[in-house]
Write a protein that binds this ligand. Structure first.
Ligand code: NAX
Length: 332
């Protein structure tokens, strides 16, 4: 059996962490033969709640879970970590502008970037879930110059899973039959859920989703808006934001990054733009990626039509604006 790896989860007393921690302890992310030590970071007022979470983790009686370290100190939380789930962030409160949210979180992700820089393994894989996820990942990486920028990613996997499920429902097939749907851009309402390159397996043969759906208007409007607004729909029904599905998506993202994607398949992750598809460099933008040996590569050569291009422009412009705001905050 292998040595345990150290894994940090921030926002460990929160909703998403509550579902995520079980998956980590059960071996469904790093594999059934990989023991883990969990570092649980939250803020000081949440330490009692965190004690309760730890009692439950112990009571899972799962053999892969070794040490559990609760802490409110990033310098302890990030010590020698191989993987980091940055879930905790300042939630948007009533009357708060997007700018205020960005400012509050810029500070949190600056502190955590510095702590990663000083304490984490240099090959640490970082997944930012806390919103605004893409820009938080960008901020974090800029404060961790000793760690490669490729190691900082933002979660758009929940959007991908939502899109895949919506297409499967429309086509009346099980969700595993639909592949290669793409989320481009920001994890926000400007994201572009793109089914143009997706395939569906019908009775053993693989077909392009657009020709089977045969309704471009539905794909370009109803479908896109449904995915863009799904998070808000969950909040309005549940009075709380997506947590079970968000945690599952975080596990999916990290597992694929750790273990790899299947040949010919890709997944969407917010990663530092290298200029692929004419997207501006130096923003964390969601692209389709294929993963091998723990390294992702942006899938190249997909055709982008005028409609798709206009959608990519909207979401990349928003990310450039967020970067400007983040720079303003961090310079003050
Ligand atoms: P909760 O409010 O339940 O939990 C957040 C936890 O983070 C709290 O325990 C809080 O004390 C902690 N926290 C706050 N500041 C911290 C800091 N500086 N260091 C460590 N911990 C800190 O929120 P939850 O429902 O778990 O959602 C967490 C984040 O995920 C939110 O920012 C949310 O917007 C974001 N989401 C992102 C999604 C994505 O697809 N990228 C989807 C789901 C979710 O909306």
């Amino acid at each position: 059996t292998s040595e345990p790896i150290n894994v940090v989860v921030t926002g460990a007393a929160g909703q998403i962490a509550y579902s995520l921690l079980y998956q980590l302890a059960a071996g469904s992310v790093f594999g059934p033969n990989q023991p883990i030590n969990l570092r649980l970071l939250d803020i000081p007022v949440m330490m009692t709640v965190l004690d309760g979470v730890i009692m439950e983790l112990e009571d899972l009686a799962l053999p892969l879970l070794r040490e559990i370290t609760p802490t409110a100190d990033p310098n302890v939380a990030f010590k020698d970590v191989a993987a980091a789930f940055l879930v905790g962030s300042m939630p948007r409160k009533e009357g708060m502008e997007r700018k205020d949210l960005l400012a509050a979180n810029a500070e949190i992700f600056k502190v955590q970037g510095k702590a990663l820089d000083q304490h984490a393994q240099k090959d640490v894989k970082v997944l930012v879930v806390g919103n605004p996820a893409n820009t938080n990942a960008w901020i974090c990486s800029h404060h961790a110059p000793s760690i490669p920028k490729e190691n900082f990613t933002a979660m758009t996997r929940l959007d991908q899973n939502r899109a895949q499920a919506a297409l499967a429902a429309r086509l009346n097939v099980s969700v595993d039959k639909v592949k290669n749907v793409i989320i481009w851009g920001n994890h926000s309402s400007t994201q572009y859920p793109d089914a143009a390159h997706a395939t569906v397996n019908l009775q053993g043969s693989t077909k392009p989703v657009p020709s089977v759906v045969n309704d471009d208007n539905w794909l370009n409007t109803t479908f896109v808006e449904k995915i863009q607004k799904r998070g808000a729909a969950v909040i309005s029904a549940r009075k709380m934001s997506s947590a079970m599905s968000a945690a599952k998506a975080a596990g999916d993202h990290m597992r694929d990054w750790w273990i790899g994607t299947k040949p010919g398949e890709w997944v969407s992750m917010g990663v530092l733009s290298d200029g692929s598809y004419g997207i501006p460099r130096d923003i964390v933008f969601s692209f389709p990626v294929a993963i091998e040996n723990g390294q992702y590569k942006i899938v190249q050569g997909l055709a982008i039509n005028d409609f798709a291009r206009s959608k990519l422009n909207i979401t990349s412009k928003e990310l450039e604006e967020e970067r400007t705001e983040a720079n303003n905050v961090l310079q003050n």
